[in-house]
Ligand binder design. Sequence first.
Ligand SMILES: [Zn+2]
Length: 499
Amino acid sequence: MTNKLSADTEAALDLVNRTLTEAETCDHAVSVLNYDLETICPEKAMAEQSNVISYLENQSFKLRKNESFVRAAETLFRHRGELSEFDAVLAETLHRNYLKEKNLSPEKRKQFSDVRNQAFLDWLRAKKTSDFSIFAPSLEKIRDLSLEETALREERLPDTYDNLLDDYERGMTAGELDACFGRCLEVLLPMLEKIKGSRKKIRTDFLRRRVTDEEQRRMTDYLCSVIGLDMTRSAWALTEHPFTDGLWYDDARITTHFHPTAFASSMYSVIHEGGHALFEQLQPEENYTHHIRMNKTMGQHESVSRFYENIIGRSEAFIHLIYPETMEGVSERELYEAVNAVTPSLIRTEADEFTYTLHIIIRYEIEKRIIGGTAAIGELPELWNSLYEKYLGIRPENDREGVLQDVHWASGFGYFPAYALGNFYNAMYYRRMKEDLSVENAVRSGNLGKVNSWMAEHVFFSADREDPKTWIRNITGRSFTAEDFLQYLTEKYGALYGL
Ligand SMILES: [Zn+2]
């Protein structure tokens, strides 16, 4: 703590705390209702439940937009030097959001939200019928909205795309991404050719073996416990699309989906979402009491989920640990190879660890061209298909498995790079972690607690208080780079394919 606060600052802090506590009570209820809506809510109850959610969301919104709250938040920002570290971060966060939305009238806000809602519905219809022309008019509006919204900002970066990127990954720029992704292409494309030409044959037939719901249920419980999730503060349920919701400090829930003939898919979604939940569970409790627990960027969050899913979950040590006795006729080595097999594919969410980044680079290149005005919306399906051909050597047959596969563009641009950044960050801290502990031994012997403690101390501790580039430098002592990730892939896949 710092010095005694002036009376003004004290009053402002008190008002901000009281208001945010009230708003977060509404948000908390919204999260519970949403989780229920996604999991067990009866179909006929959904409309009514959605009304309750809208009502509570609006209450929370009104509290945060209240004039006396906004004034108090600005007072805090001016006196941030007097505040504790956690409160100073809160003051900066509130100020940043204030500047972003200052010039947005309620009418504009409503207009933007209507465009996004319509875009989502059009995307659903377009994907169902695999017809991009249904989505195209909405996507044009989303592009215009993105340009207009960034132009209205009180403080903005010179490059429009950087402003969009900054919403998901504070401080990251397209210039830095260009350099990282350029290096990825330089290293990954020739290596992918070698993998395709390799004589190594990986057996994957048993991944399609039928596994009952009951067995997958047991596997889900087992995996949650193996990765060290505290199940007195977590729960899981089934949904169409798996997700994690950190509802509150003692309540980080995940969901999964059972695939009867693709057990590895639900297995890795449990580990991925479990990683997100560990991040939520093992962060400092002060993040909650000081209202900054939502500061984590998408890239920071994905770094953790992908760390558990790929670096840990797809390691030989982890496969040794969980090698199921019931998997008749499959060796431990065969299981390890199968969950790491590299196969260029059309669908990002089903991509292997090696080719995943190429899917992101394709989206990034297209996004930049949409925002920069060098690609018309009507050209996107062809642009998409030709980039898949260029980088992955395969071409979508239709828009459903091409440009329409992801929902993200129905709400805007700038999100996708976070997935790749997550891999760059986690390779950097994994390298640093190995200086402190034998990760392989810890995992092999089922002692994930050691890994989790290291993560809590180094990775989770200050994530909400630092921008990602400062955060990763403080963890590793080095500047942000994609090189560790490329080295990790080169070593792992070079060994697997005997290159
Ligand atoms: Zn995730």
